[in-house]
Design a protein around this ligand. Structure first.
Ligand code: 2RA
Length: 329
């Protein structure tokens, strides 16, 4: 039995982590919930027990004795509090982007790589990266990976409650408050801020996190990330160049044999995954597997997954479960 704290307990990802702790029968003997001062005092019921959400302060973090701390409260909170929890001996699984590219920090997708635990802060990758590296891993291992080009179709829940509220506002004819353009009846080719090179921060995350998770720092990766008016599940169109020519059957087999992947791919019956197929499920759904004849050894894939589950809360709880039980995925 372990003691667990959850920071960001009232957010969309935090609430989903709580549900998963319950559903997955994670064996904890104490659970402490933290939030910002604004949400402190709210009550949450789990496994028949009720928990009052507490305000996180440096004092209560420094005095704590948790085995594991799940954090999903944004980068600034993680930068400030994760080292304090680490100092107390806890292992922190952090959903923000704050620590992901720190060379001393593990960036983990349990199907793909393992935590070395050099530091006791483990970073959970960006949602669209997770559902992309899962299908890339078996292809990289079996056929060698030369290049990948991503185009994403990311749901509004990637922005948390704020994104869902903006989609609802649009439906009621109101102006958006989270996005700088209308998302209802629209698509926005900007996720997060622009960097100097013209890429957005979300695109930069996908590029750099893919290289780190796959352990290939020079892999050619490019990305265009787009917000679409869909509540749940991101989709990623992936154009993948391998080291060698393979048959579509070999590709399909490699994907089918890999944990968490569900292949939905039968053009003769118009079978392929859509965001509605993946919503509220834990898997990574892959379809539209086909050859790209415009380049040698190049293939198209379409990956769809629930961004709040496999893209955030479920991936974090999988890491936790693996650490507690020392088990394989
Ligand atoms: C998004 N990737 O979809 C982000 C969430 N972390 O906006």
């Amino acid at each position: 039995m372990v003691s667990i704290a959850l920071v960001g307990a009232t957010g969309l990802v935090g609430q989903t982590m709580l549900q998963l702790l319950d559903e997955e029968a994670i064996p904890f003997n104490s659970l402490t919930l933290y939030s910002s001062a604004r949400s402190a005092g709210k009550e949450v019921t789990l496994k028949g027990n009720s928990y009052v959400v507490e305000e996180l302060t440096e004092e209560n973090a420094a005095d704590s004795h948790f085995d594991y701390v799940l954090m999903s409260a944004g980068g600034d909170t993680s930068l400030r509090y994760a080292p304090i929890f680490e100092e107390t001996g806890a292992v922190i699984i952090d959903n923000s982007s704050a620590w992901r590219m720190d060379p001393s920090i593990d960036l983990v997708v349990p199907e793909v790589n393992r935590a070395s635990l050099k530091r006791h802060i483990i970073a959970n990758p960006n949602c669209s990266t997770i559902q992309s590296v899962v299908p890339l891993k078996p292809l990289a291992d079996l056929f060698g990976l030369k290049r990948v080009a991503y185009t994403t179709y990311q749901s509004v829940s990637g922005s948390g409650w704020k994104g869902i509220e903006d989609l609802d506002r649009g439906e009621k004819g109101e102006k958006p408050q989270n996005y700088n353009k209308a998302i209802y009846h629209n698509v926005i080719p900007q996720i997060d801020v622009f960097l100097e090179d013209g890429y957005t921060k979300e695109e930069d995350k996908m590029i750099r996190e893919t290289r780190k998770i796959l352990g290939d720092p020079t892999l050619n990766v490019t990305a265009t990330c787009v917000r679409v008016p869909v509540p749940h599940s991101h989709a990623v169109a992936m154009n993948v160049t391998l080291d060698k020519e393979v048959s579509i059957d070999e590709l399909r087999q490699a994907l089918e044999n890999f944990p968490s992947i569900v292949v939905m791919d039968d053009p003769s019956k118009e079978i392929y995954p859509t965001p509605l197929d993946a919503a509220h499920k834990k898997g990574v759904y892959v379809g539209r597997i086909r050859k790209d004849p415009s380049l040698p050894n190049t293939y198209h894939l379409w990956s769809v997954s629930d961004n709040i589950l496999k893209g955030a809360a479920w991936n974090a709880v999988q890491i936790l479960d693996q650490l507690i039980k020392g088990k394989e995925v």
